[in-house]
Design a protein around this ligand. Structure first.
Ligand SMILES: CC(C)(COP(=O)(O)OP(=O)(O)OC[C@H]1O[C@@H](n2cnc3c(N)ncnc32)[C@H](O)[C@@H]1OP(=O)(O)O)[C@@H](O)C(=O)NCCC(=O)NCCS
Ligand SMILES: CC(=O)OC[C@H](N)C(=O)O
Length: 174
């Protein structure tokens, strides 16, 4: 998928949220700098602008260099923090007051960050931390704390998050 297809898919996914559309457009331009080193140097002033506008003023931390699939939906656009090692699949939804990141291990090092599959729907006020994988088409209930991997087609909720339902119908993953 090329740069313009990403922008088109995000635009479509965020059609109910003008703020989501703006954030994703700004992110995709910044994320374009990961494609070649030269773009990083040429667009460095833009990366500074992106960081100041989106992090400081919008209170959204989507690092410019994360791997994020197409059609990423940002609902409400407040208080979202992602570690720069997070990987997000296609057509996921992220809501406000959500953190996806690493944790300190007993030996003092930092863990990897979660890898999120396709069509994952993350409820508001959620923390997903550690070296874990969230399978395709998982739904995470609002207020959940997820510290363990979640198999595909599962609804989890709570602190700690536990499966509350298994989805019978899986959508076809692009
Ligand atoms: C997880 C979720 C998708 C489940 O929806 P559902 O399938 O309709 O589930 P139900 O309401 O039938 O609840 C099933 C059980 O899970 C519990 N449960 C549901 N959501 C929960 C949550 N977020 N945290 C803890 N428990 C939850 C219910 O209390 C119920 O428990 P019980 O069987 O002991 O009575 C939904 O509750 C949710 O949290 N969606 C997030 C949406 C969101 O973020 N909205 C904010 C918009 S800004
Ligand atoms: C706060 C609220 O109910 O928002 C609804 C929105 N469609 C969402 O799922 O995030």
């Amino acid at each position: 998928m090329n740069f313009f297809q990403f922008i088109f898919q995000d635009w479509e996914s965020n059609k109910t949220s003008a703020k989501g559309r703006v954030i994703m457009l700004l992110f995709r331009i910044a994320n374009f700098c990961t494609t070649r080193r030269i773009y990083y140097y040429l667009l460095f002033p833009y990366l500074v602008f992106y960081k100041i506008l989106v992090e400081w003023f919008f209170s959204i931390e989507i690092p410019w260099n994360i791997k994020a699939g197409c059609g990423l939906r940002i609902y409400h656009g407040q208080g979202l923090v992602l570690n720069n090692q997070v990987v997000i699949g296609n057509y996921c939804t992220l809501r406000h007051c959500t953190t996806i990141g690493n944790k300190q291990l007993p030996n003092g090092t930092m863990s990897h960050s979660p890898v999120i599959g396709n069509y994952v729907d993350v409820g508001c006020n959620t923390c997903i931390i550690g070296n874990i994988t969230i399978g395709d088409q998982v739904t995470i209930g609002c207020g959940s704390v997820v510290t363990k991997s979640v198999p595909a087609n599962t609804v989890v909720a709570g602190n700690p998050a536990v499966p509350i339902r298994k989805l019978m119908q899986a959508v076809e993953v692009a």
